[in-house]
Every structure is written in structure tokens, then in C-alpha cells.
Design a protein around this ligand. Structure first.
Ligand SMILES: [Zn+2]
Length: 268
């Protein structure tokens, strides 16, 4: 699951590069409508005209006759907020103290993930309620907890409810959780500010903090936290796959060093 902090940057890049997926003109129209409204502050007529110009120029499958209704609908439903442009998500001291009082590392990691996800989803919202509508499976996997049987999920859900961390509601076919321990933002009480990279490994971020910022190192390519181990791992799984050929050489060099065979370097 990807948490994008600077959605606006990606949208602007897409618009500037004129890369329109001809098989999905609607997605581009929706994006332009929202962008023109919230970033360019265009009124409905200006927005319509700008979308028409852009799509006529850059989308091969577009004609006004086919899409005028869709453009109108997209403009009418741009929503209250623009694209996400988040610097960081702040975690407060009292939130971490609440989590620590759960005194069970599994529950603590889950509570931390729920808090972070709810804060991310809430970023552009006026409400003072923090909800998390993601699946338990994804919450467990973000917390890096593997045991995920339905009984196990019910057990932790109950424990978190009993501790006053969450409240649940059941909407058609889906459980929603309300996070009850979000503290008001107060700059004097910020313990750390999470970035998009931190959101790749929220469970590890919590353990790292809990361990006094030890036990993990950032991947040298993408910054995602990885477990510090004896083999001096430098890259996360994804990056090491990407850099496979490079890593093979590096692995070979390490292996030679460990076996006192550095002299092999000079041999061809
Ligand atoms: Zn990486």
C-alpha cells in the first residue's frame, strides 16, 4: 500500500509531460478538473475550456461530443480539497505514551499503525474524528505482524477496544475503526515527524523508536527501514531486486573479504 505525501508534485509532472492514457481519458479529465479548481482557482467555465484545450491537444481518443458530460460531472465533483501535499505527519508525546501503556508489543505496533494511517487519511478533513477504513490484513502487514487468523484479529480488536484505543462501527460489509487517542497538534509535544518513506515500514518505525533508535538501518537506496543484521544488509528487498546485478558483485566482494580472498580482486 502506497502513501503518497506529495501527490500534487506527481499530478503536476503528469500534466506537464502531457502523458495521457488514451484508454482512460476520464481519469485525466478528473485530475485536470481538480487541479484547475484547487490549484489554478478557475471557475467552472474556465475549467471546462482548459480541460477541452488540453484533452484536444494531448488525447488521441478525445472528442468534445463524447466527453462534454463527463467534463461537467468531473468539474461538479472536484470535492473540497486539492491534491495531498503533506510535509510530514507529526506524532505527539501523549499519543506514544498512550500506546506504551498497552504494554504488549503487538498491540502497540497495531495501535501505532492505526494512528499513523488515520492521521494520513484525515490530513485534509475538517472533522475532529479520526477513522481508519483499511482492512485488518493490510494493518497487520503494515505493522509487520504475520499471524493474522480471523480469531487473532478479533482478539486484538477486542483488546484495543478494552484499552480505549478504538471504537468500531459496522457499515455495509466493512468494519470502520475510530481512533480515540489522537492528541491535538502541539509543536512542543512532537516526538517525531513521519515522512513518506517512514510510511513504508510503520511497524519497524515503532520498534526503532522503542529500541531507542537502534536495531534498524535505512535502505541506502530508498530509505525504508531494514533490520540491522550481521551481514551488513544495505538495501531493502525491493531495491536489492532492482539492483540485482550490482548486488551480486557486492556480495562476491563481501564473500571474498570474509574468506580472506581479497587478492582475487587482482586476478582476471
Ligand atoms: Zn530500498
Amino acid at each position: 500500500m502506497d502513501f503518497i505525501f506529495n501527490e500534487l508534485f506527481l499530478v503536476e509532472k503528469q500534466i506537464d509531460e502531457h502523458k495521457v492514457d488514451d484508454s482512460n481519458a476520464v481519469a485525466m479529465i478528473r485530475m485536470l478538473a481538480k487541479y484547475n479548481c484547487h490549484e489554478k482557482h478557475m471557475n467552472k467555465d474556465e475549467n471546462y475550456k482548459a480541460i477541452l484545450d488540453y484533452m484536444t491537444k494531448y488525447c488521441k481518443t478525445f472528442t468534445e461530443a463524447d466527453y462534454y458530460k463527463i467534463i461537467d460531472n468531473c468539474i461538479a465533483s472536484v470535492g473540497k480539497y486539492g491534491f495531498k501535499n503533506i510535509d510530514s505527519i507529526k506524532i505527539m508525546r501523549s499519543e506514544l505514551s498512550f500506546i506504551a501503556r498497552l504494554k504488549d508489543l503487538r498491540l502497540e505496533r497495531l495501535a501505532f499503525v492505526l494512528l499513523c494511517v488515520a492521521k494520513y487519511d484525515h490530513y485534509y478533513s475538517d472533522s475532529n474524528e479520526y477513522w481508519c477504513n483499511r482492512s485488518w490484513t493490510s494493518i497487520f502487514s503494515m505493522a509487520r505482524l504475520s499471524k493474522n487468523s480471523p480469531e487473532e484479529r478479533q482478539k486484538v480488536l477486542r483488546a484495543l477496544k478494552l484499552a480505549g484505543a478504538i471504537e468500531t462501527t459496522h457499515k455495509v460489509g466493512q468494519d470502520s475503526l475510530k481512533i480515540l487517542f489522537v492528541a491535538p497538534e502541539d509543536d512542543n509535544n512532537v516526538v517525531f515527524e513521519l515522512t513518506e518513506t517512514d510510511f513504508k515500514e510503520l511497524g519497524y518505525v515503532y520498534l526503532y523508536y522503542k529500541n531507542g533508535f537502534d536495531g534498524f538501518v535505512p535502505c541506502q537506496s530508498c530509505g525504508r527501514l531494514i533490520k540491522k543484521n550481521t551481514s551488513n544488509t544495505k538495501y531493502c528487498k525491493e531495491c536489492s531486486k532492482k539492483n540485482d546485478s550490482y548486488n551480486k558483485d557486492e556480495f562476491y566482494e563481501n564473500w571474498k573479504r570474509q574468506n580472506g580472498l581479497e587478492s582475487l580482486k587482482t586476478q582476471k
